[in-house]
Structure formats: C-alpha cells, structure tokens
Design a protein around this ligand. Structure first.
Ligand SMILES: [Zn+2]
Ligand SMILES: [Zn+2]
Length: 68
C-alpha cells in the first residue's frame, strides 16, 4: 500500500515573527502566548514601560513573561 503525500499542515509557530510595534519581520521576537510579538529594538525602547529586570509584562494581556 502506497502512502499518499499529504499537504503540509499549517504550522502554528511562525518561522518568522512580525513585531507588533514596527511591523517588521524578524527571525525572533519577544513573544507572548496571546500572540503579542515585539522585536528587540522596540522592546528596548519600551523597556521602561513593560520590563522590570528579568521579566516583562505583555501589554496585550498583562501576562508576566521572562525576558529569555
Ligand atoms: Zn519592532
Ligand atoms: Zn500577552
């Protein structure tokens, strides 16, 4: 019996991220399970508002996230 090739399923995890602040694509962004993504540059610019040391707070859902 020959297995027919199934079309590749849609991947939930993107291979690239789009920063919600500057709308540019990056290979990696800080991200939240709610879908929020922010690039390192914007993250640093907003650090004073959302981060407190090793953690940052998602501005969308308020979840506390680790920096790395
Ligand atoms: Zn950005
Ligand atoms: Zn979130």
């Amino acid at each position: 019996m020959e297995e027919t090739k199934k079309p590749a399923p849609r991947r939930r995890r993107p291979s690239e991220y789009i920063c919600h602040c500057c709308r540019k694509k990056y290979p990696y962004c800080f991200n939240c399970p709610c879908g929020f993504q922010i690039c390192e540059k914007c993250f640093r610019e907003n650090l004073w508002g959302i981060s407190n040391g090793p953690t940052w707070v998602c501005p969308d859902c308020g979840r506390i996230r680790m920096t790395f």
